[in-house]
Design a protein around this ligand. Structure first.
Ligand SMILES: NC(=O)c1ccc[n+]([C@@H]2O[C@H](COP(=O)([O-])OP(=O)(O)OC[C@H]3O[C@@H](n4cnc5c(N)ncnc54)[C@H](OP(=O)(O)O)[C@@H]3O)[C@@H](O)[C@H]2O)c1
Length: 317
């Protein structure tokens, strides 16, 4: 059996993530075989890895080179530099089979590390903002501004012409979020002060909990709060009367996997990569290390030792 190295969950070791030999991938007709050069970590998959069964393989973001194009003739040719987001986890590996509809070629100016940081966080931000339609001149509130999704969402909303308000826990993060385009930044656990800059046509909320409840009362008539997560809490109580009185406001629960069933992933990845190539989207890479350090980087992401994106260089040591 041909093997490759991959990151695998091992509940028998304290840090739970180890590099192991696993069976080499066998691409389907519509899949390209990609040699992975870089990958990035996302909070959800790292949390999942901590409680997953031994043998589970995490990872969805990848950037690398097509080793074998898809047998059905679709997608990039051999030797192409690509970025991809695989719906099935397990891409923290030397080689992966990826459906060609989940790949896009990356411009020469974009590094593998930059590309690898884009997929889950960037596409989530893009899809969440798309629920606001045309954002030109519209007020947009983003919670979790210092996170991976938040950093992309701020830049994309600003590039779309929105008036963007961010939210951070510490005053020391305000300037960084303003550099991403925020006009105002609310500091602390209470989102109430954001009312001074609203009401909002669109909210992108990754915090859940009390923030989920607070932001729905900040919506403009017809506005939408798109919730993508519950980093700060799994439940919150909404003031239903205040929400209803706004008129036409809505709450949307976004699951990236479900959004992607409608297609368009390859186009989204290409849009993001091209924005990076043209200097219009800065990739917030906070940590870039060898994948040999995956366990330490995963722990750092969960404990918020760093903000922004963590990238692992795969097989380049
Ligand atoms: N629905 C989907 O399909 C989907 C897709 C992608 C991501 N997500 C979810 O969206 C969330 C954000 O993802 P991400 O990749 O941006 O995560 P991330 O990089 O880990 O960022 C987390 C953000 O939340 C803030 N935060 C953490 N704990 C907090 C707390 N107790 N109270 C208030 N703020 C807190 C952090 O602020 P500090 O800098 O102050 O720590 C940071 O701004 C995660 O829950 C993730 O699982 C969902």
């Amino acid at each position: 059996m041909a093997t490759i190295r991959a990151v695998v969950v091992d509940q028998g070791v304290p840090q739970k993530l180890v590099l192991q030999e696993v069976e080499a991938p066998h691409p389907r007709e519509s899949e390209a075989l990609v040699g992975v050069h870089a990958t990035s970590l996302n909070r959800g998959e790292v949390e999942m890895a901590m409680s997953a069964a031994t043998g589970w393989r995490p990872g969805r973001d990848l950037a690398g080179i097509v080793l074998e194009p898809a047998a059905d003739g679709t997608g990039p040719k051999a030797g192409s530099r690509v970025v991809g987001l695989r719906s099935a986890p397990g891409v923290w590996a030397e080689q992966v089979a990826v459906p060609t509809e989940s790949l896009a070629e990356i411009p020469d100016k974009v590094s593998f590390a930059q590309a690898a940081a884009l997929p889950v966080a960037g596409v989530t931000a893009l899809r969440a903002l798309s629920h606001g339609g045309l954002l030109l001149g519209k007020r947009v509130l983003i919670t979790g501004s210092t996170g991976g999704v938040g950093a992309f969402a701020h830049q994309l909303a600003t590039a779309s012409g929105a008036v963007v308000v961010g939210h951070v826990r510490r005053a020391s993060d305000v300037e960084g979020v303003k550099r991403l385009g925020a006009e105002h930044v609310v500091v602390g656990d209470d989102l109430g002060p954001a009312a001074a800059y609203g009401p909002f046509h669109l909210v992108l909320d990754s915090l859940g909990g009390p923030a989920f409840a607070a932001v729905v009362s900040l919506l403009a008539p017809g506005g939408t709060s798109v919730n993508i997560g519950w980093t700060a809490g799994e439940s919150g109580s909404v003031d239903v009367m205040a929400f209803n009185r706004v008129g036409g406001a809505s709450i949307y629960g976004l699951r990236l996997d479900l959004e992607l069933r409608a297609g368009g992933l390859s186009d989204d990845l290409a849009v993001l990569a091209n924005l990076v190539a043209h200097g219009r989207l800065v990739v917030p890479i906070e940590v870039e290390e060898s994948w040999l350090n995956v366990a330490d980087i995963a722990e750092g992401l969960l404990s918020r030792r760093f903000a922004g994106k963590a990238v692992l260089r795969v097989n380049m040591d």
